[in-house]
Design a protein around this ligand. Structure first.
Ligand SMILES: Nc1ncnc2c1ncn2[C@@H]1O[C@H](COP(=O)(O)OP(=O)(O)OP(=O)(O)O)[C@@H](O)[C@H]1O
Length: 689
């Protein structure tokens, strides 16, 4: 006999007044002995072997229902509550007491209830005793009759066309099986009784209430912590299986439909035996689960992820001794099967997404706070908009053309885009030195005024976006300097006061004069950018006009040709032409022209849409560049000529009341710019007067 597995096997003897003398239970209720008796005429014993001995985990003779549940099913129910899958199944010949064991006979007394109702009550009690856990219980009731799957809880007429499938985790599932949620044990009982009444019962010679099908009542349990954010979910299921009788066809004296049923039952039980034999045979790599619906559905229960317990029901009467031997042999085989049960814990994808979204939100808030502290405004850490990409492209272009020494960098996304733009522009713009080295540019970009610093040129172990212990959030090569100074590298406006510290103080120019001076000097790059933007906008607007004309021309051509074609078909009906075999060359040419006009229209229209979007983007950027130029000028003017009478009235720093400090900073810049523009207008009006 192969090594002992871990499926629990118990034998239950059906009570009888005519107990065979050949059958005895010994050894503290774990051994069944079968030997010769003078009165036995049974064929099961050969002359070679006098006594058969079978050892099990438990042998129950005259055991009350409560004891059977406690010893054979309760530990499995407890495992299911702990997150394991569990199976309790009854096997044995017809009339040996399988249904009595699983369902019970409550028509006589409540004490006669079987494993299933007791398991339901126990399961709900145990789940309710778990504080901090929310459990959802669903039930399903599947019947396998003549190798067809039937849904005993389906509100529709049973069709028998359910299919077995493997889900994404490799578990076997029955697609389309009804699985109602049960909030209480009463609801669960209700579904059990509903399924029982639907079950196929056929007249049978041996047992006129014999079940001619395999029935699997499954309780599916889903448990999670009772916090709304718990993403961990434990899913387990308890299969409670009442198999059809394992008697031989010959003995039942069946014919017709009953014979066909018996054949199916025998076949599926033979396959079950084959699976059990394969599982208990050493080094057997193929287990023939797919041979029958029963073994396929129960693949987890035998040799899989389940804590399984089997009750072998036997008759104690002499007439049934041969069937009893075959049941006991099968039960002994099952004892050698090894299952591999694990707690079925997984991550709820919906909850995971919610958790990650929450983390992203919090990190964004954190970044906004860092930006506010570092006095950076308007940084977008999300996906770059078309405007932003266009802006970066312009900056890279200016940098590569030598018109600017710096590129404004405020986020990792922007750095990536800068490199992308370098790559894309590398083929179109000729660098004065002839080559473009991304690494050099990266160093310049991250080092401030266009020259690599020692820190930036040092090899860095921290990558883009890494969080380091010493410097916090690192952005590529600038990691070492990043915590002290923000990565944003605006062209530096060095106040004239500082530049010319040792010179005599010069009288403050008017704002207009100052502005011109600023645009010619420190603000030259920004001013050039504004002018270039203006020129680019004019070019794009011209393109847009010409494309609009192209679209309109194509449209009128399409209209004319369509009208002419309609006219042509009115004057030469198609049937007539066909009948005469005349090919209308003119119509054919018009059709070609119409198609060509449509192609022109589509291409021009698509291009027009693109150019319109570009115009919009350039306008937005232009406005932004202007605002930036004015704000920088204001900053320069205030620091270069601190005692000027033209100082703009400042009503003090804006103290953010609530909300995003980031937005408040942006508002301050915008307000100062608007004030300056207003003041300039008033002054020019004064001069006119
Ligand atoms: N341990 C028992 N105590 C009292 N009555 C029992 C016991 N076992 C079985 N019976 C009775 O024996 C009869 C047949 O039992 P049961 O229907 O459970 O057999 P079965 O194995 O399910 O048969 P089938 O495979 O044909 O469905 C029933 O009337 C049942 O009440």
């Amino acid at each position: 006999m192969p090594k002992r597995g871990n499926i629990q096997v118990a034998v239950r003897l059906r009570p009888t007044a005519a107990f065979s003398e050949a059958l005895s239970v010994t050894d503290a209720g774990v051994t069944v002995n079968l030997g010769h008796s003078k009165s036995d005429s049974s064929s099961f014993l050969d002359n070679q072997q006098k006594v058969y001995t079978f050892n099990f985990d438990r042998v129950m003779k005259d055991a009350p229902q409560q004891d059977v549940y406690e010893s054979c099913a309760r530990p499995t129910v407890e495992s299911v509550v702990s997150g394991f899958n569990g199976t309790v199944f009854c096997y044995g010949q017809t009339g040996a007491g399988k249904t009595y064991t699983m369902t019970g006979d409550t028509s006589m007394s409540y004490l006669q209830r079987g494993v299933v109702p007791r398991a339901i009550i126990d399961l709900f009690r145990l789940l309710n005793e778990r504080p901090g856990t929310i459990a959802t219980v669903r039930v399903s009731y599947l019947e396998i009759y003549n190798e067809q799957l039937y849904d005993l809880l389906s509100p529709n007429e049973m069709t028998g066309h359910l299919q077995i499938q493997d889900d994404s985790s490799g578990n076997t599932v029955v697609r389309g099986l009804t699985m109602p949620v049960c909030a209480t044990e009463e609801e669960c009982m209700h579904y059990l009784f509903q399924g029982d009444t639907t079950r196929v019962i056929a007249e049978h010679q041996m047992n006129n209430a014999s079940s001619r099908s395999h029935c699997i009542f499954t309780i599916h349990v889903e448990q999670r912590h009772n916090t709304s954010v718990a993403e961990k979910v434990v899913m387990s299921k308890l299969h409670l299986v009442d198999l059809a009788g394992s008697e031989r066809v010959t003995k039942t004296k069946s014919d017709g439909k009953i014979l066909q049923e018996a054949n199916y039952i025998n076949k599926s039980l033979t396959f079950l035996e084959q699976v059990v034999v394969a599982l208990s045979t050493k080094n057997r790599d193929h287990i023939p689960y797919r041979q029958s619906k029963l073994t396929n559905v129960l693949r987890d229960s035998l040799g899989g992820n389940s804590k399984t317990s089997m009750i072998a029901n036997i008759h104690g009467e002499t007439a049934h001794l041969d069937e009893t031997v075959s049941t006991l042999r099968f039960a002994e085989r099952v004892m050698c099967v090894n299952n591999h049960a694990v707690v079925n814990e997984s991550m709820d994808p919906v909850m995971m997404v919610k958790k990650l979204e929450r983390e992203v939100r919090e990190l964004k808030q954190e970044l906004a706070m860092h930006d506010a502290i570092a006095n950076r405004a308007g940084v977008n850490y999300g996906t770059l908009s078309d405007d932003q990409i266009f802006d970066i492209r312009q900056q890279v272009r200016m940098y590569m053309a030598g018109e600017s020494n710096d590129i404004e960098i405020v986020s990792v996304g922007q750095i990536k885009e800068v490199f992308r733009q370098f790559k894309s522009l590398a083929g179109t713009v000729t660098d004065p030195s002839g080559t473009i080295d991304d690494q050099d540019h990266a160093q310049e970009m991250t080092s401030g005024a266009g020259k690599p610093t020692a820190a930036a040129s040092r090899p860095s172990t921290s990558g883009v976006g890494n969080v380091t212990a010493t410097s916090g959030f690192s952005v590529g090569l600038s990691a070492i300097a990043s915590s002290a100074s923000p990565v944003k590298m605006k062209p530096k406006i060095v106040p004239r006061v500082v530049q010319e510290q040792n010179k005599d103080a010069e009288p403050a120019p008017s704002k207009e004069e100052g502005f011109e001076r600023f645009c010619a000097g420190e603000g030259a790059v920004m001013s050039a950018s504004v002018s270039e933007n203006k020129a680019e906008l004019a070019r794009k607007k011209a393109d847009r006009r010409s494309l609009a004309n192209e679209v309109n021309d194509a449209k009128s051509r399409i209209d004319t040709l369509t009208e002419r074609l309609a006219e042509c078909s009115r004057t030469h009906p198609a049937e007539e032409d066909e009948a005469k075999g005349i090919v209308d060359a003119e119509a054919s040419q018009m059709t070609d022209e119409l198609n060509a006009a449509k192609n022109v229209y589509r291409a021009a229209y698509d291009r027009l849409r693109e150019v319109t979007a570009e115009v919009k983007a350039i306008q937005t950027l232009g406005n932004r560049a202007k605002a930036q130029l004015l704000a920088s000028f204001e900053e320069w003017y205030a620091s270069s000529f601190p005692n000027t009478g033209e100082e703009l009235e400042d009503d003090g720093p804006v103290v953010p009341e609530e909300g995003n400090p980031f937005d408040e900073a942006r508002k301050t810049v915008t307000r100062n710019t608007l004030q300056m523009v207003a003041k300039r207008r008033i002054m020019s009006r004064k001069r006119e007067l």
